[in-house]
Design a protein around this ligand. Structure first.
Ligand SMILES: Nc1ncnc2c1ncn2[C@@H]1O[C@H](COP(=O)(O)OP(=O)(O)O)[C@@H](O)[C@H]1O
Ligand SMILES: [Mg+2]
Length: 311
């Protein structure tokens, strides 16, 4: 059973279509990245999942519970961290969590135990007595994450939790996400920066202008994007170029050969992995000493720009 099933979700604000027939499925325990440029519809999707706003049409199921039909039950299953949160006057970190824990009706003993655990999880134990408005942005974000975890939800929806963080704070967030995964939580996390998520997520969805561009594993994305990446072929020495070039020129699928330095070739190649393996074998059989043979590494920033081009 999937943890989250988004079905033909559409949201129209006035005359503007912010989400256009979006369907995504996320498995239990997955750490799923939700990527798209600003205005793509990420926050809109997440607000609908958190039952803060109804869709225009379509729906989403969380553990088979419909967000439109049974929002109360969905709220028990979902922990939501918004992209924007207000300021809190004269509240200490622990009091902030205590306030929400009281809303859920936990006893004093339960609350004190839970607050200690949550503060430890988000690395804020030493800020227990600090006032919330005196915390750094990254700390406030982590406190909000602790808040989203109070009722022990199965699915966490985190709207751009790493935006505006420095590398150190991002590493800390990454570590917290890893712990959540170990706890068995399913996480949907958004960002407008693809590389930021691809390194920490199991799977990804990319949307643009409210439409699905890609949804699947990080490997599947790499494979799809890497399919057309040029081959970088490094030869043992300059002398090998003479042996290699004629083979390349007559090989099906090779459309361009550029000598990038004395012993390295950059080859445009329109063939799958099997064809690439055959090309390597042919080069070797025809006497070209190949030192290194690989697809040019995927530049995620570039991929993102390509898949989310302006229309
Ligand atoms: N309440 C609203 N009324 C009208 N348009 C909105 C509203 N909320 C968002 N939008 C528009 O919908 C689009 C998607 O917004 P949003 O979901 O916030 O995107 P993202 O989170 O990916 O940046 C944007 O063009 C935004 O301007
Ligand atoms: Mg947003």
């Amino acid at each position: 059973m999937s943890m989250l099933e988004i079905r033909n979700l559409t949201k129209i604000y006035g005359k503007f279509t912010a989400l256009d027939d979006l369907s995504i499925s996320i498995g239990q325990g997955e750490l799923h990245g939700f990527v798209g440029p600003n205005g793509a519809g990420k926050s809109t999707t997440m607000r609908i999942l958190a039952t803060l706003m109804p869709p225009t049409s379509g729906t989403a199921l969380i553990e088979n519970v419909d967000v439109c039909r049974n929002p109360r039950r969905v709220r028990e299953l979902v922990g939501y961290m918004p992209d924007f949160f207000g300021v809190y006057d004269r509240l200490k970190a622990w009091e902030y969590l205590d306030f929400y824990a009281r809303c859920y009706g936990f006893s004093y003993r339960e609350r004190m135990r839970m607050i200690d655990q949550l503060l430890a999880l988000v690395n804020l134990s030493d800020k227990r007595e600090s006032y919330v408005d005196a915390l750094s942005r990254g700390m406030k974000q982590r406190l909000c994450l602790a808040h989203a975890l109070i009722h022990d939800p199965h699915l966490l929806i985190l709207d751009e939790p790493a935006s505006g963080m420095d590398p150190r704070a991002r590493a800390e967030m990454k570590d917290i996400l890893r712990q959540l995964k170990e706890m068995g939580k399913t996480v949907l996390i958004s960002s407008h920066i693809l590389p930021e998520l691809s390194e920490m997520c199991d799977s990804l969805t990319i949307i643009d202008h409210g439409k699905l561009v890609f949804s699947g594993s990080v490997e599947a994305l790499s494979r799809r994007m890497n399919g057309n990446a040029p081959l970088e072929i490094r030869l043992l020495n300059e002398g090998q170029v003479e042996a290699a070039v004629p083979v390349l020129k007559e090989f099906p699928g090779v459309s361009g050969i550029v000598l990038t330095d004395a012993q390295q070739l950059n080859v445009s190649f329109d063939g799958d992995d099997e064809a690439a393996a055959l090309l390597l074998k042919t080069l070797l059989l025809r006497g070209a000493a190949v030192l290194d043979f690989h697809r040019a590494p995927m530049n995620l920033e570039k991929v993102f720009m390509e898949v989310t081009q302006d229309d």
